[in-house]
Design a protein around this ligand. Structure first.
Ligand code: ADP
Ligand code: ZN
Ligand code: ZN
Length: 729
């Protein structure tokens, strides 16, 4: 059985009392004793003997399912993933299940009432119900949840909601409907949306993918932003649905907008399930069950939706395949893109990876003929490509990171009724607070990092461990009151712009300004209205959204990607730059993109200026080949951390010795302190394994892991293994 917990092994149990072997099937859940506790585990196989002595073998307590919750196909995929990523099978399997199933609840859709707004109710502004605050609050909640709310969700918000809900029902503002698994009640499905006539590139892509529906094939749909990739997905999906099969669509969390789901529903009709972080436990389970039971035709979800059973799966689509969010960065560190390929292979179906800026790994796979490239080199419809230009800011006086040239252009575009988007990948007001008299800096007590000033909340915050404290009024070392803010984040740029362009609205879009529910939607709605505004934001702006009226994009700092210690930094910088640039001039108005840099001669930047992502990636791949870095070799990063300085390094040193015994040829670099050695009060170190052969690296790791688990020094540290790491900290 697979049991939740970190141990990389499976556990044997006797069948529960009164349960015959014939009732048991792999993929069913059982409640089992584990130490002093009771846990929910998943049955992997039925054996007629065990290596555990009979006296020690414990009996499972109860069988929880009459049908497997996970089909054999999913169990196989998860076992594969557990071996490949060297992670406990219990955490892989149990972690993939919706929370309610993990807790042992019934795997059944509950037919239960669901309260929803009527069109009349939608037209009511809750603010007008001032004398009935409870009704107003309920109305607002229902507005926030167009799919409707069930009693469980309502109970969590209001202890005594039923009388007020009864009033809303009487007024005809609310109805009681049946639960639907998707994001919208069936009644709200928009009328079918007519498909545009595809251009020749799109047609070729749809035909090529369509011709491979009966077998495994990996397609890389490489199309610039606005080239109509989503349109290609939709038309291929229609073919697959017509053949009676299901489709899995994976997207980055931030790209999975209500607009995207709406667009799919408008074209494809009702039976679309969604899985993302915004759902309640019950919604998650219902959507999951609709997929597993074959009721949903399409599942749109983020990374973890990959593990959803889809009995008639006929196609996988993974949008924005270069996006880092497909890699889980803690506990089970899988890459959903790579596992999606494995799933498609095992199922014998095609997979489409889409991106305007494909990852070097995916481009390498095309070069190796492991996948097939489909190009969409032109924007669909009338839209023009934006003009990219560098602004040399050497020797220039900058006003909080903004050059005079950039400010002039902002003015011009606003004068011409255009919208302006300024991009800066740094939140907060200023990254450093410094004493002008003695040089003191505000540092995090728990990390090797500066504290960021957040002016709005009057706080200093650590962006690495989350600790915070009020901004010092005076220097703690010399008591001077001459404290200076150094550098600029989005908050400060917003301030400067608001002063300078006082006649225009300045909207800041970053994690701080969008924390409140609905605030991002409000800002997006304002932008869609099309009046000239200035948007300032972080990479939240670079993904998924269409800003048809943006005519100027400014990148305040393109240099950070050229100086980083992470070997993937320049790849990311280029992707981000083109993604941000792709927000401009999507409709009829051509856009302009200005990039501030101290390195106007950098050859990588010049590829990007020419929109030559192909040349850019070829240059990077050449560097990677010379340095024997991925995709030309394979990495695994062993990380350790501990409150004591030496423990992590000691553990890794021993791990390195063990590895050398198992395989003297395995390259191991380190151990070294992590780039940020102290974080949240722990000292961190890492050891990097490298090998040119993926399979062999995996076999050696599989032999090394059990030995590490038993090492004495392992007990003094927290450690983890990251196979194919995407970030080297
Ligand atoms: P991408 O996913 O590559 O960014 P989309 O599929 O969202 O591109 O298309 C960008 C815009 O162009 C959308 O508004 C879409 O409706 C429109 N579009 C896509 N294909 C066509 C086409 N063949 N003819 C006209 N408009 C199209
Ligand atoms: Zn001082
Ligand atoms: Zn910190």
């Amino acid at each position: 059985m697979a049991i939740p917990g970190p141990l990389r092994r499976i556990f044997d149990y006797l069948p529960p009392p009164g349960c015959t072997l014939a009732q048991l099937q792999p993929g069913m859940r059982l409640r089992v004793p584990f130490g002093q506790r009771q846990l929910v585990g998943v049955l992997l196989a039925i054996a007629d003997c065990s290596e555990v002595p009979e006296k020690k073998l414990r009996r499972a307590q109860a069988l929880l399912d009459s049908q497997p919750v996970l089909p054999e196909e999913m169990l196989n995929l998860m076992q594969w993933a557990s071996r490949y990523y060297q992670h406990s099978i219990g955490e892989v399997i149990l972690g993939s299940l919706p929370g309610l199933l993990r807790q042992g609840r019934e795997a059944e859709v509950r037919a239960e009432p669901l309260w929803q707004l009527t069109p009349a109710g939608e037209a009511v502004d809750p603010a007008t119900l001032r004398r009935a605050p409870k009704q107003a609050a309920l109305l607002q909640m229902l507005k926030d949840h167009p799919a409707g709310l069930d009693a469980q969700a309502l109970n969590q918000q209001h202890a005594n909601w039923r009388p007020s809900m009864a009033r809303l029902l009487e007024k005809g503002w609310v109805t009681i409907g049946e639960r639907d698994f998707g994001a919208l009640p069936l009644a709200n499905i928009p009328s079918p949306d007519a498909a545009p006539v595809l251009n020749l590139h799109q047609q070729a892509a749809v035909e090529t993918i369509g011709a491979s529906l009966d077998r495994y094939q990996c397609h890389l749909l490489n199309g610039i932003t606005g080239s109509g990739k989503t349109e290609v997905y939709l038309q291929v999906i229609q073919k697959v649905l017509a053949a009676g099969r299901q489709v899995l669509v994976l997207a980055p969390e931030i790209g999975l907008t209500p607009q995207l789901i709406q667009r799919f529903r408008a074209r494809l009709g009702g039976h679309i399930a969604v899985l993302h972080s915004g759902l309640s436990d019950r919604e998650r389970l219902d959507n999951w069950l609709a997929c597993a039971g074959g009721d949903a035709d399409v599942l749109i979800g983020t990374r973890s939706a990959l593990f959803t059973p889809l009995p008639a799966l006929g196609l996988i689509i993974l949008d924005e395949e270069h996006d880092l969010s497909f890699k889980q960065q803690d506990s089970f560190r899988y890459n959903a893109r790579d596992l999606a390929i494995v799933r498609a292979q095992k199922a014998g179906i095609p997979i489409v990876l889409g991106s305007a800026t494909p990852s070097l790994e995916s481009l390498h796979n095309v070069a190796q003929q492991r996948s097939q490239m489909l190009l969409l080199p032109e924007r669909a419809g009338e839209a023009q490509r934006p003009q990219l230009r560098l602004l040399d800011i050497r020797h220039q006086k900058l006003e909080q990171g903004l050059s005079a040239q950039l400010l002039n252009s902002v003015q011009q575009h606003l004068d011409d009724d255009g919208q302006v988007l300024l991009f800066l990948n740094r939140r907060g007001y200023a990254p450093v607070l410094m004493c002008h008299d003695c040089g003191w800096h505000a540092r995090c007590l728990r990390c090797d990092a500066h504290l960021t000033v957040h002016q709005g909340q009057q706080q200093l915050r650590c962006h690495h461990c989350g600790s915070q404290r009020p901004v010092n009024p005076r220097c703690p070392d010399c008591n001077s009151d001459s404290l200076h803010f150094m550098g600029a984040g989005t908050e400060r740029v917003e301030d400067v712009l608001a002063q300078r362009f006082a006649d225009y609205r300045v909207l800041r879009i970053d994690r701080d300004s969008t924390r409140r529910k609905g605030s991002l939607d409000n800002m997006l709605a304002e932008i869609q209205r099309g009046e000239p505004v200035i948007l300032v934001g972080t990479q939240m702006l670079a993904k998924g959204h269409h800003f048809p009226n943006v005519t100027l994009v400014g990148m305040l700092d393109a240099d950070y990607g050229l100086f980083s210690s992470d070997f993937r930094a320049s790849e990311r910088m280029g992707q981000l730059l083109l993604q941000v640039a792709g927000r401009a001039g999507r409709a009829e108005r051509a856009g302009e993109v200005l990039i501030q840099t101290h390195q106007p001669d950098n050859p990588l930047l010049h590829f990007l200026l020419r929109h030559d992502y192909e040349g850019f990636s070829r240059a990077l791949l050449k560097e990677r080949a010379e340095a024997q870095l991925p995709p030309y070799s394979h990495l695994a990063l062993l990380r350790a951390e501990s409150p004591q300085t030496e423990a992590a390094l000691q553990f890794l040193q021993q791990a390195k010795q063990q590895a050398a015994i198992i395989q003297p040829q395995l390259l191991a670099f380190g151990p070294l302190p992590a780039p940020m050695e102290r974080r949240a009060g722990r000292f961190r170190a890492q050891l990097l394994f490298q090998h040119h052969h993926r399979g062999e690296l995996q076999q050696w790791l599989a032999r090394l892991m059990p030995q590490l688990e038993t090492m004495k020094s392992a007990r003094r540290v927290r450690w983890s293994i990251d196979v194919d790491p995407m970030e080297m900290y």
